[in-house]
Design a protein around this ligand. Structure first.
Ligand SMILES: Nc1ncnc2c1ncn2[C@@H]1O[C@H](COP(=O)(O)OP(=O)(O)OP(=O)(O)O)[C@@H](O)[C@H]1O
Ligand SMILES: [Mg+2]
Length: 211
């Protein structure tokens, strides 16, 4: 199973604590595209990070494929993050010294296997930014950077996609290309959870969960 069981999560700032979730359960079905919706600050990004074990809950468990992420050792968790769980944070993370293409291929550069450059270029082409492959991140617009982040996620092709605001900075056409691609992954047997405010993204949902 993929999901959260009896999760509680507080944030602490100085002497003040703020509880975002208390005894919260969430079950994600295999092969579904689940959309997390809700007002700003409702906890969508927090839920995505908890689901992938990128953020630790104060109480409760996060499961991926029956594995209790909260009890995994760092090395095991990072192996899962490399091989099976893919996470697109709400803001873009780029290595400024690397080109766009290298940023897409980050995981394979780290592991010393650059064999997927062709697929990386195809993904950049699919998103209409193939001609930007040799540029550096500071030379790109916000929407272009979003597409680079998405291409990196899609290149890693995880079993579980956790996607925080995929359409940030994208126009309608680009949003549809991205969501069509995610829907195809679900048809391939993958699981996708997306946090969004975007009505176009919601059109692609198998289920919408209001947070
Ligand atoms: N690191 C943090 N420290 C303190 N409070 C935090 C932290 N991260 C999030 N919060 C608070 O937790 C609540 C949930 O935040 P979260 O980012 O999960 O919301 P969201 O639904 O993703 O919002 P948005 O739609 O604006 O992206 C918010 O009230 C936010 O202020
Ligand atoms: Mg958010």
């Amino acid at each position: 199973m993929i999901g959260l069981e009896n999760i509680s999560k507080k944030y602490t700032r100085g002497s003040r604590t703020f509880e975002v979730f208390s005894n919260y359960d969430l079950k994600v079905n295999r092969n579904e595209l689940l959309v997390l919706s809700g007002r700003s600050g409702s906890g969508k990004s927090t839920l995505l990070a908890l689901l992938g074990g990128y953020l630790k809950a104060d109480e409760g468990k996060a499961f991926f494929d029956g594995i209790d992420l909260s009890s995994q050792k760092d090395a095991e968790l990072s192996h899962l993050h490399t091989e099976r769980i893919g996470y697109l944070p709400q803001s873009n993370v780029m290595v400024s010294e690397l080109t766009v293409l290298e940023n897409v291929m980050l995981k394979s550069l780290i592991s010393g296997d650059p064999s997927d450059s062709e697929k990386a270029l195809l993904l950049l082409d699919l998103f209409g930014i193939g001609d930007l492959a040799d540029r550096f991140p500071h030379e790109l617009s916000g929407g272009e950077l979003r597409r680079v982040s998405l291409a990196r996620l899609f290149l890693s092709d995880p079993d579980l996609y956790l996607v925080d605001e995929p359409s940030g900075g994208l126009d309608k056409e680009a949003t549809r290309i991205v969501m069509d691609y995610l829907k195809e992954r679900v048809n391939d047997g993958k699981t996708v959870v997306v946090a969004t405010h975007d009505d176009i993204v919601k059109e692609y949902a198998d289920r919408i969960l209001e947070i």
